[in-house]
Design a protein around this ligand. Structure first.
Ligand SMILES: NC(=O)c1ccc[n+]([C@@H]2O[C@H](COP(=O)([O-])OP(=O)(O)OC[C@H]3O[C@@H](n4cnc5c(N)ncnc54)[C@H](O)[C@@H]3O)[C@@H](O)[C@H]2O)c1
Length: 300
């Protein structure tokens, strides 16, 4: 187990990528504090972890406020006695286009993504020093590295994260605290569906049957949240003990493309072929899952 004895606070862990991170970190031995304003989502993440034999609790802190951040960090230390890992992953808000700019939505984005990372690190630091060091991982985005119309504040927040990560990395290295980021592409995935509905022993068969196809479809291919979580796990673990100030893209190559190439005029038949293959794969996956469930139900 790569995180045995560690305590990790993961914000936005009540859903999708944060939930995948929380589940994976717990599986690797960490006690996980699920920081999320959504009680239902946060509670579900805790349930999934506990059902799998892991340790987790939910704290309600709104990371866009100092009080919420302190509540999350203090909650982690009060519950598990220490804090080694801070994953700043929560996101909310939307700015709209520049022509129809929404200042409140943009402020929310910047507070939840960027301010929460810096202020959260500030309040985590004494606890990490006490623990003899720590790791901070922020969820940025492929949009930190490219431009997407209609998302100026999101892009600013995510690019700002990378600037903050570099500066904090240099500043905190003497305290044995490393700071890195992951940059997901569009994310949706099936690995946890297989684990939850069939069991982990079916993963090799799933990978052999669908992994290659799903990964190597012409872009865009949604990235599996588990893949983002694996990258965050590596950056948070001792395996990355000399890695700091870096960002790691997990995006099935999306960031390699220029936006206009990706979304712009594309031969209609190419686009139709992509979406047809994706629909076919979805149907094939559902049929495979149903067949395996039936097969498993028949087992003595
Ligand atoms: N999903 C994608 O395709 C994608 C792509 C690139 C980057 N990202 C980034 O990955 C991260 C996770 O994305 P996701 O798709 O899992 O997001 P999501 O919207 O599914 O989940 C975000 C979580 O954050 C929580 N949250 C929102 N505001 C909060 C606050 N103020 N305090 C505490 N919790 C709060 C929500 O309740 C939710 O559970 C985000 O930072 C997002 O910007 C996502």
């Amino acid at each position: 187990m790569r995180l045995q004895g560690k305590v990790a606070l993961i914000t936005g862990a009540g859903s999708n990528i944060g939930r995948a991170m929380a589940r994976l970190f717990a599986r690797e031995g960490a006690a996980v504090v699920v920081g999320d304003t959504d009680e239902v989502g946060g509670g579900e993440t805790v349930r999934l972890i506990e059902t799998a034999g892991g340790r987790a609790c939910w704290v309600a802190g709104d990371v866009s406020t100092t009080q919420g951040l302190r509540q999350s960090i203090d909650g982690a230390v009060e519950t598990y006695g220490r804090l080694d890992i801070f994953l700043s992953n929560a996101n909310s808000g939307a700015s709209g286009t520049i022509a129809q700019f929404d200042r409140a939505g943009a402020e929310k984005l910047l507070m939840v993504n960027l301010m929460a990372l810096m202020e959260g690190a500030h309040y985590c630091l004494p606890h990490m020093q006490q623990a003899g060091g720590g790791a901070i991982v922020a969820t940025s985005s492929v949009q930190a590295l490219t431009g997407v119309p209609g998302h100026p504040a999101y892009g600013a927040a995510k690019a700002g994260i990378l600037g903050a990560v570099r500066s904090m990395a240099v500043e905190l290295w003497p305290y044995k605290v490393r700071v890195n980021a992951v940059c997901p592409g569009g994310t949706a995935g099936k690995t946890w569906t297989v684990i939850d509905e069939l069991g982990e022993e079916y993963l090799p068969e799933f990978e052999a049957r669908f992994g290659g196809d799903m990964r190597h479809l012409p872009l865009p291919v949604p990235t599996d949240p588990m893949a983002i979580a694996q990258a965050a796990l590596f950056l948070a673990s001792d395996e990355a003990s000399y890695i700091t100030g870096q960002h790691l893209s997990v995006d099935a190559g999306l960031g390699m493309l220029r936006y206009d190439v990706f979304h712009g005029p594309e031969p209609l038949d190419t686009r139709q072929a992509k979406s047809q293959r994706q629909s076919e794969l979805q149907a094939e996956f559902e049929a495979w899952l149903a067949a395996k469930k039936e097969e498993r139900a028949r087992e003595p």
